[in-house]
Ligand binder design. Structure first.
Ligand code: PLP
Length: 466
């Protein structure tokens, strides 16, 4: 059991449960306790100073999702004979997503379809698994490889690790942050089951040249997954609003799968994403069926077994309550806010934005350690995502930033933060430094950081020692 850590923030306020309580508590008391923590935690991001994670931030919308979830939270979407509603929700979520990703362009040669998963990581894992199975079943590939930009989400490595594929990491241009397409071309082999591009990547918010990757995929007759987990539910609206968004969807003939997270800019509750397929043949590679199992004939469409009907109902409710005009309205404000914040960053000579991003951007400094700026901004309540190689700060603009006054506060705090970072209170920034004392070399640093990461994961899942 871990010692009490900063992750156990409620350990002093509420009794820590180390075993099942003998008697239950009144529901209203339990709800009051939940409400107390939720209200405090929500107040942190409701200021609009937190990057990403809270995509909608609109409490009446969250209330509406909760009602939709509440009607079906107890339903198991795997047992379809009992809940035809789930078939309606799932089919329509997929159909609406395919429409947004221009899957019509793939018809009639292909039959576009999709799969609803629990989030971006599961969509990516499922894609990696489907390509592995396709390679094995259709091409006889026993040692499959995927080629990824080094900026691709780490979930691809997780998938390769779980399902036994080799990852080839393609470098990116340090200025544009876009994948080196020549490197990808040079590394395609008879073992390649898929190429990967991001629209956009998590780190820099930039979009790889999916057009070039699509040409390569067609030329070499291999798969191409576009990771649009972050951008899938906002970039299409950006394009419709007239922003310059490079093509990344099924209008490009080499694109075979796209992951797009409904629980991000789709404004659905956490726990939903869509994996869209250009054609049914590839989706079938994900199906798992056992006809002889003693529990009965078993069939499941993907990695999960039982799934909550509440998630499908609330995802569907989010999408149909917004519709095209709702998504456009929200996207317009997000794009405007992001470009206003980017202009403020660009107005400070020591700061530099990486690549050519849209709603999500990352910046660094060639003059000072950007984590000094982060230290200052943190004190003012800002929570950016810290990056490394190179050190940079990432701001993913969501609806909470579009509230009145947030851009103005960013302007003021950034100005003061840049002055602070030029002359910081201590040589080493408090955030983003190397943990673990004074390690001697790279191996010691890695070992020390690994230990800290393991301890953190332990602490987040275990009650503290008494
Ligand atoms: C580009 C991209 N891909 C994949 C993911 C993984 O999504 P999730 O955290 O929902 O599993 C993220 C998460 O931020 C992302 O930004």
């Amino acid at each position: 059991m871990p010692k009490k850590s900063p992750h156990h923030r409620y350990a002093d306020r509420y009794p820590v449960l180390r075993k099942m309580p003998d008697t239950g508590r009144p529901r209203n008391e339990v709800l009051d306790e939940l409400q107390e923590m939720a209200t405090e935690e929500d107040s942190f991001w409701q200021t609009g100073r937190c990057s990403g994670t809270m995509y909608c931030g609109d409490m009446p919308h969250y209330g509406f999702l909760k009602e939709a979830f509440g009607l079906y939270g107890h339903v198991n979407a795997l047992q379809r004979d009992m809940c035809p509603s789930q078939t309606r929700f799932e089919g329509e979520i997929i159909a609406m997503t395919l429409d947004m990703l221009n899957a019509d362009a793939a018809r009639p040669d292909s039959q576009p379809c999709g799969s609803v998963t629990s989030g971006g990581t599961e969509s990516i894992l499922s894609a990696v698994l489907a390509y592995r199975e396709w390679g094995r079943n259709e091409r006889g590939i026993t040692d499959p490889e995927i080629i990824l930009p080094e900026t691709a989400h780490v979930a691809f490595e997780k998938g390769a690790h779980l399902f036994g594929l080799k990852v080839i990491q393609a470098p990116v241009d340090p200025k544009t942050t876009l994948v080196d397409v020549d490197f990808v071309r040079d590394h395609i082999s008879p073992r390649t089951v898929a190429l990967v591009g991001s629209a956009c990547n998590y780190g820099y918010g930039t979009i790889d040249s999916i057009t070039d990757l699509s040409d390569l995929a067609l030329e070499h007759d291999t798969g191409l997954h576009v990771d649009a987990c972050l951008g899938g539910f906002i970039l299409p609206w950006g394009e419709a609003l007239g922003y310059e968004i490079p093509r990344f969807d099924f209008r490009l003939p080499g694109v075979t799968t796209i992951s797009a997270d409904s629980h991000k800019y789709g404004y659905a509750p956490k726990g939903s994403s869509v994996l869209a397929f250009r054609d049914r043949g590839l989706r079938e590679q994900l199906y798992f069926m056992r006809q002889e199992w003693s529990g009965g004939k078993y069939l499941s469409p993907g990695i999960a077994g039982s799934r909550s009907g509440g998630i499908l109902a609330a995802t569907w409710a989010a999408m149909v309550s917004l519709g095209r005009d709702g998504y456009l309205r929200y996207a317009r404000k997000i794009f405007e806010t992001s470009f206003a914040m980017q202009d403020l960053v660009k107005s400070h000579a020591p700061l530099r934005i990486l690549g050519d991003p849209t709603f999500c951007f990352s910046f660094l400094s060639d003059e000072f350690d950007i984590y000094h700026l982060n230290d200052f901004m943190r004190q003012r309540g800002w929570r950016f995502n810290g990056q490394q190689h190179p050190n940079a700060l990432h701001m993913c603009v969501t609806r909470p930033q579009t509230q009145p006054g947030v851009v103005e506060a960013f302007a003021q705090d950034l100005e003061a933060g840049v002055s602070y970072a030029r002359n910081p209170a201590s040589e080493t920034p408090r955030t983003g430094g190397i943990y673990g004392g004074q390690p001697k070399g790279v191996a010691e640093v890695q070992e020390a950081v690994r230990t800290i990461m393991v301890n953190m994961l332990d602490a987040c899942q275990d009650v503290p020692t008494e």
